[in-house]
Design a protein around this ligand. Structure first.
Ligand SMILES: [Zn+2]
Length: 439
């Protein structure tokens, strides 16, 4: 049994219901084989807990705040190689003139390097799990195993009347190889890329495969108004959520990225099928796609989680920017400062995202849950005088305040270092791969 103690911390348990967000002052944690045995007040810790002497590792939290690690529920990790490519274009031009030509030069090896860089960046910002949709996903699985991050992999499937080019078969092989691998840290979902890049026949085949194999679905839905208008023309007036519903796609647990151009009816459909909507405010703003009506989605009873999208449209994988934006954007749009609470935002950034990816025992710092823990340094000027810890967490915290990220009881990032990984070598390989792709 491997015991880790984290002493000298304050603790944020997380938000189970999006309403409460409890904090505990002067706390400690005890972790056994990656499972939380105790997370609570240091003075109330039962004497029967393993002591410091019995622990394999004792981490001095130095008074920092321990929080459940973050969940980045929509990204394309290897697109770190395309960071900064085609800036200041709209989604269509950005994809067709900048991204697709560069992606034609992708290889499995380049994806492995790009995904490794993406995972290191996420760990650095306190993220312990991500939903990664892209191509050459075996390479992404290898990168996730190296970085030690939780990754829910999805090979994005596109196609037309001539078929999907073997991409669904590739997705199923990916699931056979990786679903549940790395002690359950790597999972697989099936991914119809979007309504406009597939046919009803392809979507039905993906739906059937997902239901048969008990896999979830990861899909882009209603990212822009143009997408929705095109969908209505192609699909007898249906919006993307109504179209996918008509094909039974939501019979499998579904994670839907964006949902920017959605109506009240769409929100009702998404809520009815328990679809997890991944809000990507930075990417949507940068590509001028719009702002997802998160309060409308919450009002309909939909689940909301947070994602960065790829580094090519963001341009970083720092989920703290999404946390801050989700907190303030909808207040500004609605004219109502009460519309989104810190607990709601933090729940979206942690527990709901974890559940959307199928990590059902991750996202709260409670006994019996997996030890995915991020330590936040609040000693900087910008955190003083620290009157309201919930407000401080979502409105004040910077990505650079992350001191340590633990995934499944293993420290994967600490104070600028990635134990066992030569980050400088990864950066150098990424620069070389990027140069080769951009010619
Ligand atoms: Zn995306």
């Amino acid at each position: 049994m491997s015991i880790i103690r984290i002493n000298n911390i304050d603790l944020c348990v997380g938000s189970e219901d999006g309403v409460s967000l409890p904090f505990i002052h002067d706390a400690c944690m005890v972790v056994s084989d990656g499972e939380i045995l105790y997370a609570g007040s240091a003075k109330d810790a039962p004497p029967t807990l393993p002591s410091d002497e019995m622990a394999e590792e004792v981490i001095d939290g130095g008074g920092r705040l321990a929080i459940p690690a973050l969940a980045n529920a929509h990204t394309h990790a290897a697109m770190t190689l395309l960071r900064g490519v085609g800036s200041d274009l709209n989604l269509n031009d950005w994809l067709n003139t900048a991204i697709f030509p560069a992606e034609d030069r992708l290889t499995a090896e380049r994806c492995r390097i790009g995904a490794t860089l993406g995972f290191l960046e996420m760990l650095r910002f306190g993220v312990s799990a991500c939903a990664d949709m892209y191509m050459f996903m075996d390479a992404s699985g290898e990168a996730a195993a190296l970085a030690g991050i939780r990754a829910c992999l999805a090979r994005s499937v596109v196609g037309d009347e001539n078929g999907d080019g073997g991409r669904l078969a590739e997705s199923i092989a990916l699931a056979d190889a990786w679903h549940g691998a790395e002690h359950g840290r790597v999972r697989v979902m099936l991914a119809p890329h979007a309504e406009y890049t597939s046919t009803p026949k392809i979507v039905r085949a993906i739906r059937d495969a997902a239901v048969k194999r008990g896999l979830g679905i990861h899909v882009h839905i209603s990212e822009t108004i143009a997408e929705v208008e095109g969908c209505r023309e192609r699909r007898n007036g249906l919006t993307p959520p109504a179209y996918f519903e008509s094909l039974g796609l939501f019979d499998a647990p579904t994670l839907a990225a964006h949902c920017v151009a959605v109506t009240a009816d769409d929100a009702r459909i998404l809520a009815e099928h328990n679809v997890a909507v991944c809000h990507n405010p930075v990417s949507n703003l940068k590509l001028a796609s719009g702002i997802s009506p998160v309060p409308l989605l919450y009002g309909a009873g939909a689940r909301v989680c947070l994602g960065t999208d790829g580094a090519a449209s963001n341009n970083n994988l720092n989920l703290w920017e999404e946390i801050r934006l989700m907190s303030i954007l909808h207040k500004g749009v609605s004219g109502n400062p009460c519309i989104i609470s810190p607990a709601q935002t933090f729940n979206a950034a942690t527990l709901t995202g974890m559940r959307a990816m199928g990590y059902n025992n991750v996202g709260l710092l409670k006994p019996g849950w997996r030890a995915d823990v991020t330590l936040i340094d609040r000693s900087g000027a910008h955190h003083q005088p620290l009157i309201d810890p919930a407000a401080d967490l979502v409105y004040t915290t910077q990505g650079s305040d992350v001191y340590l990220t633990m995934v499944d009881g293993i420290v994967r990032y600490r104070d600028g270092q990635y134990p066992g990984i030569d980050a400088e070598r990864v950066y150098e390989s990424a620069r070389a791969a990027s140069r080769a792709m951009l010619g």
